[in-house]
Design a protein around this ligand. Structure first.
Ligand SMILES: Cc1cc2nc3c(=O)[nH]c(=O)nc-3n(C[C@H](O)[C@H](O)[C@H](O)COP(=O)(O)OP(=O)(O)OC[C@H]3O[C@@H](n4cnc5c(N)ncnc54)[C@H](O)[C@@H]3O)c2cc1C
Length: 308
């Protein structure tokens, strides 16, 4: 077996997700290479070379890969895929954008959102918003997988892989990068935060999210939200946790004024400790909560912040 892992990059640096995808590659077994494709990625190859069990880091550093657009990235992978038996990426927006293109160009099926490896050709993935687990076996000679990073513990960083440049440049006439609008925040990134505090419709309006911000600052937490408040325009959609938002699995998840619809649970129920604050003691969120506080969030949150 020989596996190629497409690395996630964040502002040219190696994103934490890659160490989780390499862990999934370990579970499959065989030689593991990591592909870094981007522009000006000096630090990322060295960081990838340190990931445990990585054999070789392949680096395609060119302006055409600057924003990891699906068209040049898919074509690059087709060029590089050679004898690899598996290509893995995280189930991030980039992985979900690039790998289906590779799968289509190679005429194989993609396996999305893999949460466990049974063997080199058999994987588990969650379906129906996490309410059922499908075990799927692929007969394709090339397996193309996106991996749910929260399901695999990150590998360590005591490796020493070799690093080699890839000089394949795919001109891209099909798509172009226009602009990126990023929310500026000193708080940790929602997907990788160890503590997340999320607000739902019970918050009443976007202004009241400042009640969560104060607690988040004290706990070093990221702030998330239910879809109801995103749809209502209280907060931006990059804060959404759930089936159609981000999947998180922090050490501590605090759900405030969130009822616990299955689509929300799909994004947070693997959190290690779940705390729910809700005035309705029959809210479904209490069925998954380790600790529940029944009461009015407008009284509980200021008290919680002052005690912290
Ligand atoms: C295809 C599909 C995909 C979806 N994807 C997502 C997703 O990714 N993420 C997601 O979150 N949802 C998603 N949803 C929506 C989901 O079904 C729910 O509608 C949504 O999660 C409800 O959000 P909520 O819990 O904030 O609101 P509500 O269900 O209205 O709950 C509000 C809660 O606040 C409590 N509350 C009110 N006032 C107070 C107070 N003063 N103090 C304490 N508690 C209070 C209430 O008791 C209630 O439990 C999806 C739905 C569909 C159909």
């Amino acid at each position: 077996m020989s596996i190629l892992v497409l690395a996630d990059l964040h502002e040219g640096q190696l994103a934490g997700a890659t160490a989780h995808v390499v862990a999934a590659a370990h579970a499959i077994g065989g030689d593991i290479d990591v592909l870094i494709a981007g522009e000006g990625v000096q630090a990322a190859p060295d960081a990838a070379a340190k990931l445990d069990g990585v054999n070789k880091v392949r680096v395609a550093d060119n302006a055409v890969y600057a924003h990891q657009l699906a068209e040049p990235m898919g074509a690059l992978l087709v060029e590089l895929v050679g004898d690899y038996t598996h290509v893995l990426a995280s189930a991030s927006t980039t992985g979900k954008n690039v790998l289906p293109r590779l799968a289509a160009l190679k005429d194989v099926s993609q396996l999305s959102d893999v949460i466990a490896v049974e063997s080199a050709d058999t994987f588990k993935r969650s379906i129906y918003a996490g309410n059922a687990i499908a075990t799927v076996k692929s007969d394709d000679t090339l397996k193309v997988l996106t991996v749910r990073t929260t399901a695999f513990d990150a590998v360590g960083d005591s490796g020493s892989a070799t690093v080699e440049a890839v000089d394949v440049v795919i001109e891209n006439t099909q798509s172009s990068f226009v602009k990126e609008e990023l929310a500026q925040s000193d708080r940790p990134e929602l997907g990788g935060a160890k503590v997340v505090i999320s607000g739902g419709r019970g918050m009443g309006n976007g202004d009241n999210f400042k009640l969560l911000n104060g607690i988040a600052d004290k706990l070093g937490a990221a702030v998330g939200a239910s879809r109801a408040v995103v749809d209502a325009g209280f907060v931006p959609n990059d804060m959404q946790v759930g089936q159609t938002g981000k999947i998180v699995a922090p050490d501590l998840y605090i759900a405030v004024g969130i009822s616990g619809a299955i689509q929300h649970l799909a994004g947070m129920k693997d959190s290690k400790v779940i705390v729910a604050i809700n005035k309705d003691d029959e809210a479904p969120i209490f069925q998954v909560a380790d600790y529940g506080l029944v009461g009015d969030l407008f009284e509980i949150l200021p008290e919680l912040e002052s005690k912290l």
